[in-house]
Design a protein around this ligand. Structure first.
Ligand SMILES: Nc1nc2c(c(=O)[nH]1)N[C@H]1C(S)=C(S)[C@@H](COP(=O)(O)O)O[C@H]1N2
Ligand SMILES: [Mo]
Length: 431
């Protein structure tokens, strides 16, 4: 399997100057080698961060200081090749590796989408500031203990990148799309536990005429490939959604939120595109006038021939997808029964049915669902297959949700390759 660590969509991957090259190599060296040297990687990353990632670093690194295993600069957790495909600063979960996991994605397998690097924040000094014209009074700060004293909610929900499936615009539809070339593994489902954002906003004195909130991360500023500093990752969210089912999560699958997924606290916006779920949240602006950031103007809208010149409305709900828990081009023995497994999900209704074709779409039959379909979550499914003809075969899984939407044969293209929802043609070989 290839690990295209040079995906051209992030600042660190496209910068061409030598200083950036060195910084990147140093990060790879740290993620690949630090543990072997008996030095905690997080300490080194903290040093790096303190040094602004570059100041005082050696001008050149020895040739042997290349990462021996796949590593994404700035991701703290291990990324074994069986479980992840590294794409620039991000790590995609290999869907085949979910076959042995349960309903929820273990933290060890959960995809990471970082615009920059995972910061190491001190939970004892961390604070969440709530401020802005949408508050009746002055700004309010909440510590982690403050949040934990509020009633806790627990819910299961997926976090999925809006660009999940993007590579299929190219491989299935022959279209180009900018951004990380994910297959289907830019999704994970977890049990999130935390305080209701609604409770925090009300305690902070949100006014009835507030319209937008803007959560902002404490990770470093995001600098685009052409050198524009877009500031901290932040994306406006309408107050109606913020007061509905959004969580300020401090636990993931029963453990304190891990560094790569937003420790000590992240926003979880069920059913919405992953960018809404701001990690490492440090402050939330509450506003009486609509708010804008590059993440709801230039990014995360649909642009292209089928869309208005200024793009579609900002993306909100996720779309409908299905994936087999099988490697691409998996080999399956002929004249044997195989249990094929996979998952389907929708950001709109719940999953109503999943249909499978093992003959490239000529005939279909229903998959057996293994979870009670719930909103904002995925369902596991399985089907039996007894292939007889040797050679290449194409497996299809097509979900229908309770709003009546079914995965189409093709997705209307958009320049940034968001919201791919077409049936994926999964190539396998019968041997
Ligand atoms: N602060 C901050 N929040 C962020 C991001 C980021 O880079 N910085 N990435 C966003 C994107 S694009 C996605 S898809 C999800 C990914 O969440 P995960 O890394 O926990 O899987 O986090 C979102 N929240
Ligand atoms: Mo994303």
């Amino acid at each position: 399997m290839t690990t295209p660590t040079d995906a051209p969509d992030t600042a660190v991957d496209t910068a061409v100057d030598e200083a950036e090259y060195d910084r990147r190599r140093l990060r790879q060296w740290l993620t690949g080698r630090a543990r072997a040297d008996g030095v905690a990687r997080r300490d080194l990353l903290r040093l790096l961060a303190a040094a602004g990632l570059a100041a005082g670093l050696p001008a050149a690194l020895p040739a042997t200081a290349r990462a021996a295993t796949p590593a994404a600069p700035g991701i703290a957790k291990p990324l074994p090749e069986e479980w992840f495909t590294v794409r620039g600063t991000n790590a995609e979960t290999n869907f085949a590796a979910l076959a042995d996991t349960g309903h929820h994605t273990p933290v060890s397998h959960f995809f990471v989408r970082n615009h920059t690097v995972t910061p190491q924040l001190d939970p004892t000094t961390w604070e969440l500031k709530i401020w802005g014209s949408g508050l009746a009074g002055a700004e309010r700060a909440f510590t982690l203990s403050d949040l934990k004293r509020l009633p806790a909610v627990t819910r299961s929900a997926f976090v999925e990148c809006a660009g999940n499936g993007r590579s299929f615009f190219t491989s299935q539809q022959g279209q180009s799309a900018t951004g990380t070339a994910w297959t289907l593994g830019a999704i994970g489902s977890a049990r999130w536990r935390g305080a209701r954002l609604a409770d925090v906003l009300r305690l902070a004195g949100i006014r009835r005429d507030a319209v937008d909130i803007l959560p902002r991360g404490l990770d470093p500023d995001y600098v685009t490939a052409d050198g524009t500093n877009l500031g901290r990752v932040r994306r406006p969210l309408p107050v109606a959604k913020a007061l509905d089912d959004v969580i300020l999560a401090y636990e993931m699958n029963g453990e304190p939120l891990p560094p790569d997924h937003g420790a000590p606290v992240r926003v979880v916006v069920p059913s919405w595109v992953g960018i809404a779920s701001i990690k490492w949240v440090g402050d939330i602006e509450v506003s009486r006038t609509p708010l804008f950031s590059p993440w709801n103007t230039d990014f995360y809208r649909l642009f292209g021939d089928a869309y208005p010149a200024g793009g579609s409305a900002p993306l909100s709900r996720q779309t409908l997808k299905s994936a087999f828990e099988l490697p691409w081009n998996a080999s399956l023995a002929a004249h044997q029964g195989h249990r094929l497994t996979g998952r389907s999900w929708s950001g709109a209704g719940t999953i109503a049915r999943v249909d499978i074709s093992t003959d490239a779409g000529a005939t279909w039959h229903r998959a057996h669902l293994h979870d009670t379909p719930r909103r904002a979550d995925w369902v596991r499914w399985s089907t039996r297959w007894h292939p007889t003809a040797k050679g290449p075969a194409t497996l299809l899984a097509r979900a229908t949700d309770t709003t009546g939407r079914t995965q189409p044969p093709a997705t209307v293209p958009n320049t940034q390759g968001y919201l791919f929802d077409a049936v994926v043609r999964h190539a396998v070989t019968v041997v």
